[in-house]
Design a binder for this molecule. Structure first.
Ligand code: NAD
Ligand code: DAU
Length: 337
C-alpha cells in the first residue's frame, strides 16, 4: 500500500487529484498538507472527510518542523507538491508569499525527502516557466524565460527539484501543465470568474484586447496525466501536460456568455495585466510517446464546468462575499453590487 503526501490538497487541482487517487486506488493512504490560504477550502474535500484512507494536516510546506513530523509519522512513498501561491495578478501586487511558498516551500519538502527517503517526488510546475511564445510550441528542453513573479518563483522551484535529482539522486520528476479549468477552481481565475460574474449579471473584465492565448486542460485530464507519469515517467525527466485547446480569451468569454444566454454587453475591456504573456503553447509529444493523451474536448469540458458552477452556487457565493470581494474591487476598480 502506498502512502501519498499531497500538498495543497484543499486547492483546485489538489482537491481534484486527492479525489482522483481515492477513486482509482482501493488501497492507499493520503496525507494532505495544506496551509488553508485564501485559496484553500476544506469544503472542496468534504465528500472524502470520513474516508479512512484520507488524513488532513493543517500546516505550511515552509515549516520544517511540520514537514519533518509528517515524514516521521507517515513515511510517505510519493510526494505530489501542488502547494503554491498560484495567481499571477496577486504575484504582481505582492510577490513575497510567492517566493516563499513556490521556492522555499519546495526546498523544505525536498530536504525532508533527502533526510527520510521516499520513492518519488513530483514537483507540479507550470507551462508559464517557458514564458510567452509567438509561434510554435515549447518542448521540455527549451530554455526557461519566466516573466512575472509567479512564474519566476515556479521556475525556481522547478529547477531546485531537478537539482536535487542531479546532486543528491533524489527521485524527482517535474511536470509543466497548461491552464487548468473545471470544478472547484477559485473564482479569481478567468473561467470561473467570468462564469460567476455572468451568472450575477456583473461585467466580465477582459484584459487588453482580449486576444491573449492560453492552452486549456480539463483538470481531470491533468490528474490522469499525473497518475500516469507516476507509474510510467522516468526519474529526472520533465513532462509537459497540455490539453491541445488553444483559445483567445475573447473566444472563451463569448462561449461562456452564449452557454448562459447572457448578452455580450457584459464584456468590459479593462487595463491590461502588467507584463501580460501573449501566448502559451506546449508540445506534449514526449508524454504522448509514453502513452498518455488528454480525453476531454474543450466545448464539452467548458459546458460541464459551467453546469458545475450553476449547480454549486453556494460554494462560490460564499467565497465571493468574503476575502475575494475586497481583492476584486481593488484589482479591477469595479464595484461588486
Ligand atoms: P490553488 O491556488 O487553487 O491552490 C493552492 C493550494 O495550496 C491551496 O489549497 C492553498 O491553501 C495551498 N497552499 C498555498 N501555500 C501553501 C503553503 N505554504 N503550505 C501549504 N499549503 C499551501 O492552486 P491550483 O490552481 O490548484 O494550482 C495547484 C498547483 O498547480 C500550483 O503549484 C500551480 O502552480 C500549479 N499549476 C496550476 C495550473 C492552473 O491552471 N491552475 C496550471 C499549471 C500548474
Ligand atoms: O498556464 C498555467 C497557469 O495558468 C498556472 O500556472 C497559473 O497558476 C494559473 O493561474 C494560470 O495563469 P494565467 O494567468 O494564464 O490564468 P488566469 O486565469 O489568471 O488568466 C487567463 C487569461 O485571462 C490571461 O491571459 C489573463 C486573462 N484574464 C484573466 C483574468 C483573471 C482576463 O482577461 N481577465 C481577468 O479578469
Amino acid at each position: 500500500m502506498k502512502t501519498y503526501l499531497i500538498t495543497g490538497g484543499c486547492g483546485f487541482i489538489g482537491s481534484n487529484f486527492v479525489r482522483y487517487i481515492l477513486s482509482n486506488e482501493k488501497e492507499c493512504r493520503i496525507v494532505n498538507l495544506d496551509k488553508l490560504t485564501y485559496a484553500g477550502n476544506p469544503k472542496n474535500l468534504s465528500d472524502v472527510d470520513n474516508d479512512d484512507r484520507y488524513i488532513f494536516v493543517h500546516g505550511d510546506i515552509c515549516d520544517e518542523k511540520v514537514v519533518d513530523e509528517i515524514f516521521s509519522d507517515y513515511h510517505p512513498d510519493i510526494v505530489f507538491n501542488f502547494a503554491a501561491e498560484s495567481h499571477v495578478d496577486r504575484s504582481i501586487g505582492k510577490p513575497d508569499d510567492f517566493i516563499r511558498a513556490d521556492m522555499f516551500g519546495v526546498f523544505t519538502l525536498l530536504e525532508a525527502m533527502k533526510l527520510h527517503g521516499g520513492e518519488l517526488f513530483v514537483q507540479i510546475s507550470t507551462d508559464e516557466v517557458y514564458g510567452s511564445i509567438e509561434k510554435g510550441e515549447f518542448s521540455e528542453t527549451d530554455p526557461l524565460m519566466p516573466s512575472n513573479p509567479y512564474s519566476a518563483s515556479k521556475a525556481g522551484g522547478d529547477r531546485l527539484a531537478y537539482s536535487y535529482y542531479v546532486t543528491y539522486k533524489l527521485p524527482v520528476i517535474v511536470t509543466r501543465a497548461s491552464n487548468n479549468y473545471g470544478p472547484f477552481q477559485y473564482p479569481e481565475k478567468l473561467i470561473p470568474l467570468f462564469i460567476t460574474n455572468a451568472l450575477e449579471d456583473q461585467p466580465l473584465p477582459l484584459y487588453g484586447d482580449g486576444k491573449n492565448v492560453r492552452d486549456w486542460l480539463y483538470v481531470e485530464d491533468h490528474c490522469s496525466a499525473l497518475h500516469f507519469i507516476m507509474t510510467n515517467g522516468v526519474l529526472g525527466e520533465t513532462y509537459n501536460i497540455g490539453g491541445g485547446n488553444e483559445m483567445q480569451n475573447i473566444e472563451i468569454t463569448r462561449l461562456i456568455l452564449d452557454h448562459l444566454s447572457k448578452p455580450e454587453g457584459l464584456i468590459r475591456f479593462v487595463e491590461d495585466r502588467k507584463g501580460h504573456d501573449q501566448r502559451y503553447a506546449l508540445s506534449i509529444n514526449k508524454l504522448r510517446q509514453l502513452g498518455w493523451e488528454p480525453k476531454h474536448d474543450f466545448t464539452d469540458g467548458l459546458r460541464t464546468t459551467i453546469d458545475w458552477y450553476v449547480s454549486n452556487n453556494n460554494w462560490w457565493r460564499k467565497i465571493k462575499s468574503g476575502e475575494f470581494r475586497e481583492y476584486y474591487e481593488q484589482t479591477y476598480n469595479l464595484k461588486v453590487v
